[in-house]
Design a protein around this ligand. Structure first.
Ligand SMILES: *Cc1c(COP(=O)(O)O)cnc(C)c1O
Length: 396
């Protein structure tokens, strides 16, 4: 539910320089025009199904369910999408919208490289020019993803301002966009930033929750009792939750990265440790110091270490419609290893944060309860880092 000017309660809005105003207004008008257009919807559906491999499976994790001895656990397998995560859903939607708007050039930010790879992928598919901005620190840590993007014809630009990580890449992208709006679309990677991005990204990810509902009804004859997902900016979570917001019997749980713990400074748990602020064009909760300076954040998971959260999550938190819990590195690594052994499925370390919470709550729930946890991505990219966490050095 979006109120006028993209407010979710008091959150969201458009806190941007005048130079970007025309760009976001143009985007808002285009989105309003195309979102219910039958041709646009049919073309997006064909790409999601025929290229990205939707609908993704709803997999009954029988061994995990038996082992934990409580609620029935289903995995929503976004890891089986082309490029191995949910990011492709949004990238396809926005690239198609950009084409309809007559744009020929895409720019995007990336942290771990997952969104950069998804954007480079759709740019190659649609024959568009593509530039990805990435912190120099992240470029070094994620060299393989830099190679992937370049292989697909994208130019990767290092950003060395600030801490040389994701938040700086977002800032740089916004600056670049102001310089070249006429032919360029900023393909933002999560449900954050100025309106209309939080709404657009949510809608392009809402296929996840719609499919969860359809698949759960088909298998179980009813909706799930719990939907659980990890939260960085919040796109896979809001995509999983959206369909259920008006079904109060379905409990919604977002899992933030606590890093080394919410009582330390090495954390990225925005709702559990942050406060209200304005950054990257939106009002929401942020990890910041008492003067409003954005704090450096930390998580073992590169996909979750963003110092803010999308405005719709801030609102779901305020209203109590969704609950947000913090999961430490240790708990996530345990869950990463657990699912690999229990089900033969290696989850992304981001997704392992959601699994870790399910492992906590499932044993105490009755056997007729149903939990769906969104597996936002696959874990191949994390294997070297997880081995290192356990003191083993493997060749990447
Ligand atoms: C990017 C990413 C996330 C975090 O982003 P959200 O916008 O919060 O979904 C989570 N999981 C995976 C696999 C990712 O690549």
């Amino acid at each position: 539910m979006t109120n006028p000017r993209g407010r979710f309660g008091d959150h969201g809005g458009q806190y941007i320089p005048e130079t970007l105003m025309n760009a976001v207004i143009e985007l808002e008008e285009a989105y309003d025009r195309f979102k219910d257009d039958p041709d646009f919807k049919a073309e997006l559906r064909a790409l999601l199904n025929g290229y990205a491999n939707r609908p993704s499976l709803l997999y009954f994790a029988e061994r995990m369910t038996e082992d934990l001895g409580g609620a029935k656990i289903y995995l929503k397998r976004e890891d089986l999408n082309h490029t191995g995560a949910h990011k492709i859903n949004n990238a396809l939607g926005q690239a198609l919208l950009a084409k309809r708007m007559g744009k020929t050039r895409l720019i995007a930010e990336t942290g771990a490289g997952q969104h950069g790879v998804a954007t480079a992928t759709v740019a190659a598919l649609m024959g568009m020019e593509c530039h990805v901005y990435m912190g120099v620190e992240d470029m070094e840590r994620q060299a393989l993803n830099v190679y992937r993007m370049r292989l697909m014809g994208t130019e990767v630009h290092g950003v060395d301002s600030g801490t040389g990580t994701l938040k700086d890449a977002v800032s740089e992208c916004m600056r670049e966009w102001t310089k070249r709006i006429a032919d360029t679309h900023y393909l933002l990677g999560s449900c954050m930033g100025p309106h209309p991005f939080p709404t657009i990204v949510r809608d392009f990810q809402a296929f996840i929750g719609q499919e969860i509902a359809d698949q759960c009804i088909e298998r179980e004859g009813r909706l799930p009792d719990y939907v659980v997902a990890c939260v960085g900016g919040g796109s896979n979570a809001i995509g999983s939750f959206h369909h259920f917001i008006d079904h109060p019997e379905v409990k919604l749980i977002g899992c933030e990265a606590a890093g080394r713990g919410i009582d330390t400074f090495e954390t990225a748990a925005t709702l559990n440790t942050g406060s209200l602020g304005i950054f990257h064009g939106m009002k929401s909760y942020f990890c910041q110091d008492e003067y409003g300076q954005i704090a450096p954040v930390y998580s073992i998971s590169a996909g979750l270490d963003y110092p803010g959260i999308g405005p719709e999550h801030a609102w779901l938190h305020d209203t109590g419609r969704a609950q947000y819990v913090a999961i430490t590195d240790d708990e996530a690594v345990d869950a990463f290893e657990y699912l690999s052994r229990a089900e033969g499925i290696i989850p992304a370390i981001e997704s392992a944060h959601a699994l870790a919470h399910v492992m906590k709550i499932a044993p105490d729930l009755p056997r007729d309860q149903i939990i769906v946890v969104t597996l936002s991505g696959r874990g191949d990219k994390d294997c070297a880092a997880m081995a290192r966490y356990r003191g083993e050095d493997i060749n990447e």
